[in-house]
Design a protein around this ligand. Structure first.
Ligand code: SF4
Length: 373
C-alpha cells in the first residue's frame, strides 16, 4: 500500500476483523503499549469489532501520563522563577502536579512557553542570553534522540543558558514491571511502532522468551493495529511466543543506529518514578556527567517537591491495564478534559481522554465534546 487512506479502508478493516474472529478459539487478553494506538483503537471502534473472546487493555505508553507529579512540581518551581523561560510541549501544561499545573504558573505571570521541538527551546536561549531557558524533556525513546540532539547542539554552540529538566522514560522496563505483577493477566503485547523505529526490537526478544509472551511491533492506523492483533492472536493460538514486526515499513530489528548512538552519548540509564505506578529500576534516562551543566536539576537549586497527593484518580491502574477509564467513578463527572483530575484525561494520548472523546454513547452521563484535546 502507498497511501495512508488505504490503511483506513473500512472494507479492509472489516475483513481483517472477520479474519481475527475466524482464527480465535480461546479467550486472550492483549495490551497495546502506546497511547497513540489506544486513541486509534477507541476512535475507530476497533475493540468493538473484535470477537468477545479478545480483551484489549491500554498500557502505559503516554509520556505525559507517566511523568511523576514530583517531576511536574520541579517544573513548576523552575517555571515560577523570574530568571527562567520555561519551555514545554503543550500537553504538559495542564497536567496537575501535587497542587497546581504549569498553565496556572503562566496565568500568574510566569514565562512559560509552548514549543514543538527541543531545538526551539535552544533557539529561544540563543536569543535571550540574559535569561535561563529550561526545556521539559519528557517522553519515551521516541523523543530521546531529538532531546539528545538539542543538548548536543547547545554544547557545540556554547549556549550555557540552556538546560533540560529530564523526565525521559523507557518502555521495556515498564513492560517487565507489568508482567511481574502477581495478578497480571496479559497474554500478548502490541509494542509501539515509533519507539521501535528508534530502538529496533531486539531488546524485546529476551522479554518474549522469559515471560513466554508474544510481542508484535505494531503501527497506528486501523489496519496496522488489526494486523498486529491478528499476528498476536495467531501466535497465541499456535502456542508461540516471539517478537514479530507488523510495522516493517518503518521498523528494522536494529532500529536507527545513529539515533541510538546519540542517545547513548548524551544520556545514561537511571531509575525513574512513574506516575501512579511507582519506581521502576533502570526505566529512565538522565544526562551523563559530561552534560551536567545542561541538567536543570544540577544547575538550579530546586525546592523539594510536595509529597504526591493520592486522590480518587485511578490512572495508575489504567496505565497498567488493571482498570479501564470507564471504571473510574470520577470519569465524565468530576473529571473531564476541561477539569482533569489526572494526566490520562489531559494528554492527547491519554486513555481517559480517548474514552471521553469517542465513547459518549456507552456512557450517557458524559457530555458531548469536540474531540480535540
Ligand atoms: S477519569 Fe480522571 S480521575 Fe479517573 S482515572 Fe481518568 S484521569 Fe484519573
Amino acid at each position: 500500500m502507498k497511501f495512508i487512506d488505504e490503511y483506513r479502508d473500512p472494507e479492509a478493516v472489516r475483513r481483517y476483523a472477520d479474519e481475527i474472529a475466524r482464527i480465535t478459539t480461546r479467550s486472550w487478553t492483549i495490551m497495546e503499549i502506546c497511547g497513540g494506538q489506544t486513541h486509534s483503537i477507541v476512535k475507530n471502534g476497533l475493540d468493538c469489532m473484535l470477537p468477545d473472546k479478545i480483551t484489549l487493555l491500554h498500557g502505559p505508553g503516554c509520556p505525559v501520563c507517566v511523568t511523576s507529579a514530583a517531576m511536574i512540581d520541579k517544573a513548576i518551581a523552575l517555571a515560577s522563577r523570574d530568571d527562567v523561560i520555561f519551555c514545554s510541549f503543550g500537553d504538559m501544561l495542564r497536567v496537575p502536579g501535587s497542587r497546581r499545573d504549569l498553565l496556572s504558573v503562566k496565568a500568574d505571570g510566569g514565562d512559560v512557553r509552548m514549543v514543538y521541538s527541543p531545538i526551539d527551546a535552544v533557539h529561544i536561549a540563543e536569543k535571550n542570553l540574559d535569561r535561563r531557558v529550561v526545556f521539559f524533556a519528557i517522553g519515551f525513546e521516541t523523543t530521546a534522540p531529538a532531546n539528545a540532539a538539542a543538548v548536543y547542539y547547545a554544547r557545540q554552540k556554547g549556549i550555557d543558558n540552556f538546560s533540560m529538566l529530564v523526565a525521559q522514560v523507557l518502555v521495556p522496563p515498564a513492560i517487565e514491571k507489568i508482567l511481574n505483577a502477581p495478578d497480571c493477566r496479559l497474554q500478548g503485547f502490541l509494542a509501539a511502532g515509533h519507539v521501535c523505529t528508534v530502538m529496533g526490537y531486539a531488546e524485546y526478544e529476551p522479554i518474549a522468551e522469559k515471560y513466554r509472551i508474544p510481542i508484535v511491533v505494531t503501527g497506528f492506523e486501523p489496519l496496522d493495529i488489526l494486523q498486529g492483533i491478528h499476528m498476536t492472536v495467531w501466535q497465541l493460538e499456535q502456542g508461540r511466543a516471539r517478537v514479530e514486526n507488523q510495522y516493517s515499513r518503518a521498523v528494522k530489528r536494529a532500529g536507527n543506529l545513529p539515533a541510538q548512538k546519540l542517545m547513548a552519548d548524551v544520556f545514561e540509564t537511571v531509575d525513574r518514578e512513574w506516575r501512579g505506578i511507582g519506581l521502576i529500576p533502570k526505566s529512565g534516562l538522565a544526562l551523563r556527567p559530561a552534560y551536567r551543566k545542561f541538567d536543570s536539576e544540577a544547575v538550579f537549586d530546586i525546592a523539594a517537591p510536595d509529597p504526591e497527593i493520592v486522590g480518587e484518580c485511578i490512572s495508575g491502574l489504567i496505565l497498567q491495564g488493571r482498570q479501564k477509564p470507564s471504571d473510574c467513578p470520577a470519569f465524565g463527572k468530576r473529571c473531564t478534559p476541561e477539569h482533569p483530575l489526572g494526566a490520562t484525561m489531559v494528554s492527547s494520548e491519554g486513555a481517559c481522554a480517548a474514552y471521553y472523546a469517542y465513547r459518549q454513547k456507552e456512557s450517557p452521563h458524559i457530555k458531548p465534546t469536540s474531540g480535540k484535546h
